[in-house]
Design a protein. Structure first.
Length: 129
């Protein structure tokens, strides 16, 4: 897996240790089936096509929730160039993107400091600077 190699930034390892990866674990009882909760706690629930093809709710908030469908920009020739990745459909996780879930609609919302949270999940590929 390219996104788990030390020379590429170990993005998978960083994600796996994050709250995004375990987002489903905090949902209790009926919350785990509630579409209002699942839209932010599960990439699979937010995208029915993905759920049928490749991922499950248990995976929590995975790459495609923040970066868009990888199938449109995943090739090495595109991924090595950030501008090409963005032009091909990769989503830059801006504050606006994050706030689609990190907002007052959540019953546990306590504010959202974009810069502080971004620093906690930073996972850049050092080869694409």
């Amino acid at each position: 897996m390219c996104h788990n190699k030390p020379d590429k930034g170990e993005q998978y390892k960083i994600w796996a240790a994050s709250k995004h990866a375990s987002a489903m674990k905090v949902l209790k009882g009926d919350e785990a089936k509630d579409p209002k909760c699942l839209k932010c706690h599960s990439t699979a629930a937010a995208n029915a096509k993905l759920a049928q093809e490749t991922i499950t709710n248990a995976e929590g908030v995975s790459c495609e929730s923040c970066h868009g469908p990888g199938s449109v920009y995943k090739t090495a020739t595109i991924m090595k160039d950030k501008a090409k990745s963005l032009a091909s459909g990769m989503i830059e996780p801006t504050e606006k993107v994050c706030k689609t879930c990190h907002n007052a609609e959540s019953p546990t919302f306590k504010g959202f400091d974009y810069k502080a949270m971004l620093a906690k999940i930073a996972h850049d590929d050092p080869t694409t600077k």
